[in-house]
Write a protein that binds this ligand. Structure first.
Ligand code: PBG
Length: 322
């Protein structure tokens, strides 16, 4: 045997030297949940370790995350039923608690990279990402609402908008509107290949945003498809997206690789709620080692081609890397 691969694994030093993928807290975006009010820190039952914060408690949580080296967060609002309607009107009310919180975050921590969510579902009485008419999701009419929401978020000081709705043409529509209104520096991280996945379950618990009827299969992608991801990526590229995102991450590593190999834009992946909860549940039972499995999961997402990872493990990872 003149070739023995084990020689490159024989010591910690050599293993470190030949290591191809290194995770850094700088690669991570921490998704956080916001509720109205003050003094709140409500656990999400299906996501142990994750909470819904009111603006005040969120600000102190952001501060402790930043001390750990976290540089980017993505904030998702949970709205009470009383503020939802068919047209998601609350989403662009300048006085709404979400927009006020985004402003506060940027005021207190100007150096943070702040990402927001662009989609109707948290504000929609139908729980869908678009306007519903006769049981159908209207595409072009929805763009107008997404546009208003985007301008309001850009005005609140958001650095990166995250359209997660999967309506056709939304990236171009939002880009044009931002530019016309002087927000040429506001970035767009498009949810390029977002699949109709079972792994969003715990997130919808956290936000009480599950669809009131049907599913999201007429706009989110079929988990059985990969070619379609190329069509979506072509469009987002043309329409002006700054980042392409794949979501979920773990069951879609091939899609991450596909986009990475075919597009020059930075690829992001969303390690979603169900992927988080799956590990938490088995770790609680003592079936998996939480820390090792977490690092292995995040490393595999990066290895497959994602430079940026949105993950609920961000704070834990940051604590572990201290
Ligand atoms: C909705 C949205 C979803 C997530 C992010 N934005 C859920 C959905 O499409 O129903 C899921 C995130 C997660 O599961 O962690 N616009």
């Amino acid at each position: 045997m003149n070739r023995r691969p084990r020689r490159n694994r024989k010591s910690e030093v050599i293993r470190n030297m030949v290591e191809e993928t290194t995770l850094s807290v700088k690669d991570l975006i921490f998704p956080m949940f916001l509720v109205e009010g003050s003094g709140k820190r409500i656990p999400v039952d299906s996501m142990p370790g994750i909470y819904r914060y009111s603006t005040d408690t969120l600000l102190s949580e952001v501060e402790s995350c930043m001390k750990l080296g976290i540089q980017a967060i993505d904030v998702f609002p949970a709205y009470p039923e009383s503020l939802k309607d068919a047209m998601a009107t609350e989403s662009y009310n300048p006085e709404t608690f979400y927009l006020k919180a985004l402003r506060e975050i940027k005021k207190n921590f100007p150096e943070i990279c702040l990402m927001s969510d662009v989609a109707m579902d948290p504000y929609s009485s139908d729980g869908h990402d678009g306007i519903v008419k006769d049981g159908k999701i209207l595409n072009d009419e929805t763009l107008e609402i997404l546009g208003r929401m985007s301008l309001a978020q850009a005005d609140a000081g958001v650095d990166i908008l995250g359209p997660s709705d999967m309506m056709d043409g939304r990236v171009g529509y939002i880009r044009e509107l931002l530019d016309q209104n002087g927000f040429t520096d506001t970035s767009i991280m498009s949810y390029t290949a977002k699949y109709a996945s079972a792994f969003y379950g715990p997130f919808r618990d956290a936000l009480d945003s599950a669809p009131k009827f049907g599913d999201k299969k007429t706009y989110q992608m079929n988990p059985a498809n990969s070619q379609e991801a190329l069509v979506e990526a072509d469009l987002d590229m043309e329409e002006g997206a700054d980042f392409l995102m794949v979501k979920p991450a773990l069951a879609y590593l091939d899609i991450i690789k596909l986009l990475k190999d075919n597009y020059p834009l930075p690829i992001a992946a969303y390690n979603v709620s169900g992927e988080y909860s799956m590990l938490k549940a088995s770790a609680e039972k003592g079936w998996l080692d939480n820390d090792r499995a977490m690092i292995e999961m995040l490393t595999s997402i990066k290895r497959s081609g994602a430079k940026i990872i949105l993950t609920y493990f961000a704070k834990e990872f940051a604590e572990l890397s201290k």
